[in-house]
Design a protein around this ligand. Structure first.
Ligand SMILES: Nc1nc2c(c(=O)[nH]1)N[C@H]1C(S)=C(S)[C@@H](COP(=O)(O)OP(=O)(O)OC[C@H]3O[C@@H](n4cnc5c(=O)[nH]c(N)nc54)[C@H](O)[C@@H]3O)O[C@H]1N2
Ligand SMILES: Nc1nc2c(c(=O)[nH]1)N[C@H]1C(S)=C(S)[C@@H](COP(=O)(O)OP(=O)(O)OC[C@H]3O[C@@H](n4cnc5c(=O)[nH]c(N)nc54)[C@H](O)[C@@H]3O)O[C@H]1N2
Ligand SMILES: [Mo]
Length: 772
């Protein structure tokens, strides 16, 4: 049976039938046997038994491939099944036998596919051929690689300025392809390199670079497992980083206090039954979070300032017992003004901002005071707010007071999303790389890279909207769907003369396109990559700066697929050939043997000396991190910066709610695996909005009502997400939640975080309009 068939010979419906949506109990614990059974069911369905065993056996193993799921690192001692339910889904999604080849695109016009939802598009299977949508054509048609690359090159070379091109990257791209890509882009003459990170951890990068001199986390897995206190704020690891639960479990068993800071009671943070451990289930699982601070959306900055204040009071009551004076004196700056700011803190305001009581805040602060080893972990719940950067600077302040950085069991842990998003940034995927990177690039490749900053994601959308850009290239990802203000973004893309998507699966960015559009189908991580020089491996960097090799073993989904390295280097040859002032590179040599690009990376990027040899070491190697390694800080002052940040929190008008947009348990960003969110009791649909029962009563609404979500923003544009089912849910008053990408239409393009320009996907003021 064709994997796309449902058994009755019908292809899956292109629009999900939400009438079968049910709302049930929230389970009491995460993972466990149900998780693994669920995972195997999912992969078996997509791959068949033999392919399932062959694939999962290689996942995260020393000679296997890196999980295309999240960026949580692999433990040193790996079990035979070093993957989680959602990692298995990510693999199945890629290794599926279903295909969306030329027949699929011949059977469905682009106009028709535009009416399909994300789930239906992705379910069609792997892309198989390069496909071209000609100007005015109704359908994509297959083309040769040569023809496809000629189209890209001719459109790029026809631009009035290289800055009229946008080169987006999503975070699955390998280090090798990312490095080659940024060199192609800079060789072409622009720094227009927006990436998914702009929508993700950019706020973390901004806050950490300013305060500790490097935009990456400072901890290892051992640090997290060995901490006394672990704060997990704005993160749902049970769904998005399930392997993190094993690390938290280790810490919990040692008696660590785990403080969850989250408007929702995320099941994965409460209780965990380790699927890799016999007996764990029988014992009913391990209690993870010891404390749950059910904070109001956007209240975290107030919480962190209040924690700082309690630390200060305790230090003043017993001088020399709380602060790390030696560290503060030798390695930091700005202590006094920060303490002055804390002294003026208004507890009433803190309680309003957080929705927590002073007693709750004091009790958790006591845990910090008693700890010599504290780790702060966070993800999108802290980064996607207007005041995200200030919030994270205040998190760093609290850690610095007690010297909790560059010490075993302590540090900052921004938990990254895409499996190589951190590596892509290390490789130069950034619209404003530091001068030192450009200097090294110019020296290695004998050219002058452009220095003017390029466009980030939001800037790129605005440029396209305003007619200032004409060609869009996406190396992975689903730009149209992942970005804010869907209506604006779709209209912006439609103005392009060419949009190019380097992809593995069909998605909305293929059908909301420019005048001409290309789909360039790429090999995924699970697949064998054979070039002129033989089978190739690539490398990736996880959330803890560990770089390791990844080698796919499966037969490619189609003989016409090309690796991202192949595509990028071939395009570079066509675009840069014969132009003067371009980088001196043997692109064909790089394409044939990836060791050659790694040799160049080793000369350009600090920390990669001996790259090839160190990739041979099982588990790879760890990149330098000055605060972690030597407690040194590459800020302007050479010291870690304590900062004073005006207390900010969302103020929502009466009758409105603050909406956060989140992931269900059955999706990877814009890829929808299935329609259930088991951990929140939702089955068979996605158009739900979670609201506090008290708010519902006040708004004259009831559980089960159907509503439109309407965004309230100063520009008076009607931003509306239609027909959601109201679910009464345990979330603080005034706060609501719904899934993205369905709600991206509500996020105004201009609503971005101060200092990082990250769209405020967790802070959207909405009203609920009851449907007639
Ligand atoms: N299976 C799976 N894994 C993934 C992904 C996926 O889609 N599916 N995506 C990957 C990517 S790219 C990323 S970036 C990560 C995302 O990982 P997460 O950040 O865990 O993902 P979200 O679903 O956005 O969850 C945000 C969490 O923050 C909480 N939150 C929202 N607002 C606030 C707030 O104001 N304060 C606090 N304290 N908490 C708040 C929400 O209730 C929720 O628990 O996961 C990665 N891993
Ligand atoms: N409202 C709201 N919006 C958000 C967020 C939110 O929390 N709320 N989160 C934001 C975050 S954190 C992120 S990271 C972005 C994600 O933004 P993106 O990274 O752009 O989106 P993805 O959905 O991860 O991209 C999925 C597509 O990538 C392609 N793909 C998958 N694997 C590969 C591969 O190996 N190679 C290639 N070439 N292509 C591949 C497939 O064709 C698939 O359709 O979304 C952001 N948008
Ligand atoms: Mo992300």
């Amino acid at each position: 049976m064709h994997p796309n068939d449902r058994g009755d010979g019908e292809r899956r419906v292109p629009q999900t039938d939400e009438s079968r949506l049910t709302v049930g109990e929230v389970p009491s614990r995460a993972a466990g046997i149900p998780g693994v059974v669920h995972a195997l069911e999912h992969t078996l369905g997509e791959l068949g038994a033999v392919r399932t065993t062959r694939t999962l056996a290689r996942l995260n193993q020393k000679h296997g491939f890196d999980c295309p799921g999240c960026a949580w690192p692999d433990p040193e001692h790996r079990s035979a099944a070093e993957f989680c339910e959602n990692g298995a889904k990510a693999v199945a999604e890629e290794a599926t036998r279903a295909v969306a080849g030329p027949e699929f695109f011949a059977a469905h016009s682009v106009a028709e596919l535009r009416t399909w939802d994300d789930h239906s598009l992705g379910r069609q299977g792997r892309l198989t051929h390069p496909m071209l949508l000609e100007a005015g054509a109704t359908h994509y048609r297959p083309v040769t690689w040569d023809e496809a690359l000629d189209v890209v090159a001719s459109e790029l070379l026809a631009l009035a300025s290289p800055d009229e091109a946008i080169f987006y990257t999503s975070g699955r791209t390998s280090n090798e392809a990312a490095f080659a890509y940024q060199l192609l882009v800079r060789g072409f003459g622009t720094n227009n390199l927006p990436d998914c990170s702009n929508m993700c951890h950019e706020s973390s990068g901004s806050a950490l670079t300013e305060t500790i001199g490097i935009g990456k986390g400072s901890v290892s897995l051992a640090d997290v497992a060995g901490a006394d206190v672990i704060v997990v704020a704005g993160q749902n690891p049970g769904t998005n980083h399930p392997r993190m639960l094993s690390t938290l479990e280790k810490a919990a068993r040692r008696g660590a206090r785990i403080i969850a800071v989250n408007p929702l009671r995320e099941v994965g943070l409460e209780k965990f039954a380790n699927p890799q451990e016999v007996g764990s289930l029988a014992r009913g699982g391990t209690q993870l979070a010891t404390d749950h601070l059910q904070i109001r959306i956007g209240g975290d900055q107030a919480l962190f300032q209040a924690w700082g204040r309690v630390l200060l009071e305790a230090e003043e009551a017993a001088p020399g017992t709380v602060f790390d004076h030696e560290f503060l004196a030798s390695s930091t700056r700005g202590l006094e003004p920060y303490l002055e700011h804390l002294r003026a803190l208004d507890w009433a305001e803190v309680e309003t901002a957080t929705g927590l009581t002073e007693a709750e805040i004091r009790s958790t602060a006591e845990a910090l005071i008693g700890s010599r080893r504290t780790v702060f972990c966070w993800a999108m719940g802290l980064t996607q707010h207007p005041h995200a950067v200030a919030t994270l600077r205040d998190a760093v302040n609290v850690l610095l007071l007690q010297g909790n950085i560059g010490r075993p069991g302590a540090g900052v842990c921004p938990v990254r999303g895409h499996s190589n998003v951190q590596g892509d940034r290390t490789m130069g995927i950034f619209e404003r790389m530091p001068a030192a990177f450009h200097d090294a690039l110019d020296a290695e490749f004998a050219f002058a890279s452009p220095r003017a900053h390029g466009l980030d994601t939001v800037g790129a959308i605005a440029a396209m909207r305003d007619g200032e850009a004409r060609v869009f290239v996406g190396l992975g990802g689903n730009f149209v769907r992942a970005t804010p203000d869907s209506a604006v973004t779709e209209a912006a893309l439609a103005r392009m003369s060419l949009t190019v998507q380097i992809s593995t699966k069909p998605n909305r960015s293929h059908v909301v396109s420019g005048r001409r559009a290309l789909i360039l189908p790429a090999l995924g991580r699970t697949e064998e990559d054979v070039q002129a020089g033989g089978p190739q491996r690539v490398s990736v960097e996880d959330s803890m700066s560990e770089v390791h090799a990844s080698r796919g073993r499966l037969d490619p989904a189609s003989p016409h697929l090309r690796s991202e390295m192949w595509i990028v280097t071939s395009l570079a040859e066509k675009v840069l050939a014969g132009r003067s002032g371009t980088p001196r590179v043997d692109w064909a040599g790089w394409r044939g043997d990836y060791r050659r690009v790694r040799a160049a990376i080793a000369r350009v990027v600090p920390g990669f000396a001996d790259y090839e040899a160190r990739l041979d070491v099982p588990g790879g190697f760890v990149l330098p991190h000055p605060p972690r390694d030597t407690r040194s800080f590459a800020t302007a002052s050479g010291l870690a910066e304590l900062t004073v940040n005006t207390l900010t929190y969302p103020r929502v008008r009466p009758g409105r709610l603050l909406l956060q947009t989140i992931r269900s348990h059955d999706q990877f960003n814009t890829t929808i695996y299935g329609l259930d969110d088991r951990y929140r009791g939702i089955r068979g649909g996605r158009r739900v909005v979670f609201v506090n029962a008290g708010d519902l009563a006040e708004l004259g609404l009831a559980d089960g009502d159907r509503v439109d979500l309407v965004s309230e923003w100063s520009d008076a544009v009607d931003r509306r997400a239609e027909d959601f089912r109201v679910v009464a849910y345990d979330t603080p008053r005034g706060c609501a939640a719904a899934y993205f990408p369905e709600t991206n239409v509500l996020v105004p393009l201009d609503s971005v975080a101060l200092g990082s320009r990250t769209p405020t996907s967790k802070s959207i003021e909405v009203r609920l309009e009851k449907r007639g």
